[in-house]
Design a protein around this ligand. Structure first.
Ligand SMILES: [Mn+2]
Length: 487
């Protein structure tokens, strides 16, 4: 019998084994008894002879693992199974009661399973190489040799210096033109009129964004493979509205003028104006604005300054950002200053309330938004205020309001309005201090990721891997294409 058992109290040399002795004591005892399996180098276990629980046998009480079977040496009491291979779209295991779930033209679950195969892994290999080069190879005991000593990439998700979704930090912004898209933090909250705290929005969004990988199953996208993007860090904001705006516009203009898609992490909503002001000069024609919010934010001033209740008044004063191309989605509730409503009425902006959108459906609302924003326009800017969601989902915001979007509604809306391409986007009003769960910052992260995925899938940004699959299910056809008007 193996060592560790006391089947008999009578032993030669009168050595008595004690079950309760420590592992080390039992080990020493085995040496004293000259047990043969301790003769091998490093005291490795010999199959069928060793019985220590610390060696990780999964079922020490089962007879089959007591003496492992040579065909399944890992000690499991069942034999290895060879599964049939259903590696082709539409292939169905015999007798499956619902063959339509295997049809990639019908079900997203099937489509996405095969789309994953087409996404490639070049970006992943480059990341591994970079991690090993900069972070050293792992200790010899680590079997997975893609792991480095110092965390330098996506993994582990809890480690590292947080950039947005662990995308590389670009310290030298002079090199930004090498990228397709850039994350710009805008820690600015002196435009708030109630709860402050959105100056910590970029930090909060980056922190929870570490939870995400670069791949999304149902959208069939791996941003690591399809997008060259970076995080340029934060704008040096000034505690003065106008100087702050100037800094923000200059930063956004730098990124946009280098042909890079800018993604601004707010910050309160006052930054909408300097953001558009940074982009519009580089657009050869009108810019439309799609604004998702509970609040119209169209009054001229609030408490005598250009606060976060005012961005679209000033943005639509920019010569090539006309108010007829401003569409506002999700408006409503008890936080609606009447001066802003008056401006919207007189300038002819387009407003859809939550009730409008619930009645017509998100798909129809997105059609309207695209028609309005793109009418005669050369580019469209997207502004996503997290307070457009029901306050239950976004406690970490300055002006929470019940009755807004559900997360899956607003995420679908974001994806649909991004489909014709964008000149830039912002996510505003995340104030992490009011939301220790970070769910508000998470929905901001998610909105950005879904928009980027859509831009890639629609061929508007980065590189879309070629596909032999049918179009993804549930992605509605665009009824009135702006292409018609363009040609
Ligand atoms: Mn708002």
């Amino acid at each position: 019998m193996g060592f560790g058992h006391s089947h008999s109290h009578k032993k030669k040399n009168m050595v008595r084994r004690v079950r309760s002795a420590s592992k080390a004591a039992q080990h020493d005892l085995a040496h004293a008894e000259d047990k043969d399996h301790h003769d091998s180098t490093g005291h490795d276990w010999i199959a069928g002879k060793h019985h220590h629980a610390e060696h990780g046998q999964p079922y020490p009480d089962l007879p089959s693992s007591h003496h492992p079977h040579p065909q399944h040496a890992e000690g499991y009491p069942w034999a290895r199974v060879e599964h049939a291979d259903y590696d082709k779209p539409g292939q169905v295991p015999p007798g499956h009661p619902h063959p339509e779930v295997f049809d990639p033209a019908v079900r997203q679950g099937a489509w996405a399973k095969f789309r994953e195969k087409e996404l490639g892994a070049k970006g992943w290999k480059e990341e591994v190489d970079r991690c090993l080069a900069h972070g050293l190879e792992a200790a010899p005991s680590v079997k997975d040799r893609t792991i480095s000593t110092f965390a330098r990439g996506e993994l582990p998700h809890f480690a590292g210096i947080n950039t947005f979704a662990k995308t590389p930090y670009l310290e030298d912004v002079n090199k930004v033109s090498q990228f397709d898209a850039a994350i710009i933090g805008v820690p600015f909250d002196i435009g708030t009129t109630y709860r402050s705290g959105t100056r910590f929005g970029p930090q909060g969004i980056r922190r929870i964004s570490a939870l995400y990988g670069t791949y999304n199953y149902e959208l069939g996208v791996d941003l690591r493979e399809s997008l060259k993007w970076c995080d340029v860090g934060d704008v040096f904001t000034i505690a003065n509205i106008e100087k702050g705006f100037d800094q923000i516009s200059k930063a956004v203009a730098h990124v946009r003028s280098n042909g890079v898609f800018p993604i601004m992490l707010g910050g309160d909503h006052s930054i909408g104006y300097p953001n558009v002001r940074g982009i519009a000069p580089f657009i050869d024609g009108p810019v439309g604005i799609i604004h998702i919010d509970r609040h119209v934010d169209t009054q001229e001033t609030d408490m005598d300054e250009r606060m976060h209740t005012t961005p679209w008044f000033h943005a639509t004063n920019i010569p090539n950002a006309p108010p007829v191309n401003l569409v506002q989605l999700g408006i409503g509730g008890w936080q609606a200053p009447r001066p802003g409503v008056k401006v919207g009425r007189s300038r002819g902006t387009t407003v859809l309330t939550i009730d409008d959108i619930c009645e017509m459906g998100v798909e129809r609302a997105a059609e309207i938004a695209l028609d309005v924003a793109w009418k005669g326009a050369k580019a469209v800017y997207l502004s996503f205020d997290v307070d457009s969601l029901d306050s239950g989902f976004v406690p970490g915001t300055g002006w929470p309001e019940p009755g807004g979007f559900l997360p899956r509604e607003v995420l679908k809306l974001l994806r649909l309005v991004a489909r014709e391409g964008l000149s830039g986007m912002e996510v505003v009003e995340v104030a992490p201090a009011y939301d220790p769960s970070d769910m508000t910052a998470l929905v901001a992260t998610r909105g950005i990721m879904d928009v980027l995925a859509t831009l890639v899938n629609e061929g508007k940004l980065g590189r879309k891997p070629p596909t032999e699959l049918p179009p993804p299910p549930y992605w509605p056809e665009r009824k009135s294409k702006k292409a018609k008007a363009k040609k």
